[in-house]
Write a new protein. Structure first.
Length: 87
């Protein structure tokens, strides 16, 4: 795990697999992410930003966490500045 956390060429995405329900959240810095829809994707600079997640509700919170290497194509997507891309 240390190799991944210290390697700045790696990135991490979170993909929600179900719609948000009360009591579920992710916090990245001062942003509290709630009310997502299944299939929404979140990226943030997890190396340098304090973050946390919790499920204080009564329903499961399935989420896919992907960790991999940054590519030039991924960097271009990030430059989209919030652009929604339907895949």
């Amino acid at each position: 795990m240390d190799d991944i956390e210290l390697d700045m060429t790696r990135t991490r995405l979170f993909v929600t697999l179900d719609d948000w329900r009360w009591g579920q959240f992710l916090v990245m810095g001062n942003y509290n992410w709630t009310q997502w829809k299944a299939g929404d994707v979140m990226w943030f600079d997890w190396h340098d930003m304090p973050h946390a997640s919790a499920n204080a509700g009564h329903f499961p919170r399935p989420m896919l966490k992907l960790t991999g290497f940054k590519t030039p194509e991924f960097e271009q997507v990030l430059k989209g500045n919030g652009t929604v891309i339907n895949v």
